[in-house]
Ligand binder design. Structure first.
Ligand code: ZN
Length: 302
């Protein structure tokens, strides 16, 4: 077993920051070009200056890589701590995968991992809506009154950390390698940008299998509409299975954002917003927020 050092391991996690930032800037620029070309093709004309929400979204895109680095360091700490508690010796090779999972063909392992992470994402997302302390962080993602592809990255680093941990830790426990999750992140991020786009695609008969822009835009409406439904990231069948599917027939969502309108509109204030609430105030706010009502209601599926 090769030698390793903790400082080198932490540095490894930090070293992904610059490539991740460059990749984020590249994907933001290429999506901006693509969205402009598509808008021009559809004959859409922009009136006036870009809305201020776009500037806020840009800052969120640029802070996301930092959230990923923090998440990687926290996961490293959790894995090392768990190994210590169960009395096993830690070695970084644990991140390379192990057991029967690694004996399968690679395509099968990646397919299983993709489905598993979509399932864990469903539940972490649903918990972000139902646990008041988590909702304060996730509320930032639901604050735009105009949902578009740039809204995708409006994710607080704590929200990123919750999603990251809930995806990676169960997968690692089963023996999936961390690098495979690294392959999936750009795929999932691109699909998320598509899901947040302004198109009202329902995907036709495929809407029962895959989410899409219309599907996810309903999730960004108020809680009396689809705001407490459609938690799935890629596969719509999770919402079917767990009773949260919502696609009203013959309508498209029109009003987006939070039920109560108290989210600040600049980036820094949004960043500190969840920390400015005392636990008592947080609970009081949460209990009066209809978004935290039960999500057991039957969805108005087509
Ligand atoms: Zn949500």
């Amino acid at each position: 077993m090769s030698e390793w050092s903790l400082s080198a391991l932490v540095l490894d996690q930090v070293s992904v920051f610059v490539p991740s930032l460059l990749a984020t800037m590249g994907s933001f620029a290429s999506m901006l070009v693509l969205a402009s070309l598509l808008a021009r093709r559809r004959g859409e004309k922009r009136q006036g200056p870009p809305p201020p929400e776009l500037k806020v979204d840009f800052f969120w895109w640029m802070i996301n890589p930092l959230g990923r680095v923090i998440s990687r360091i926290v996961i490293l700490g959790i894995v090392m701590g768990t190994m210590f508690v169960v009395g096993k010796e830690f070695h970084p090779s644990i991140f390379d995968g192990f057991g029967p999972v690694m004996e399968q063909p690679r395509w099968l392992m990646l397919t299983e991992l993709f489905i598993l992470t979509d399932l864990t994402s469903y539940w972490s997302h649903r918990l972000c809506h139902t646990v008041p302390a988590l909702w304060k962080f996730h509320a930032i993602h639901h604050s735009p009154k105009m949902v578009r592809w740039t809204s995708t990255a409006r994710l607080h680093p704590v929200n990123e950390l919750i999603t990251y941990c809930s995806n990676i830790l169960p997968a690692m426990l089963l023996g999936f390698p961390a690098y495979a999750l690294g392959i999936m992140i750009p795929v999932i991020a691109t699909y998320a940008a598509y899901s947040h786009s302004k198109w009202h695609h329902s995907l036709g008969p495929l809407r029962f299998i895959f989410t899409g822009p219309l599907y996810h835009r309903w999730h960004h409406t108020h809680s009396h509409e689809g705001g407490n439904k459609n938690f799935s990231g890629v596969f719509a069948f999770w919402d079917f299975m767990f009773g949260t599917y919502y696609m009203p027939k013959g309508r498209v969502p029109e009003v987006f954002g939070l039920d109560n309108e108290d989210m600040p509109e600049d980036f820094v204030t949004q960043l500190v917003y969840p920390f400015r609430k005392s636990p008592g105030e947080l609970a009081a706010n949460a209990s009066t927020d209809p978004r935290h009502s039960s999500v057991n209601s039957v969805s108005a599926a087509e």
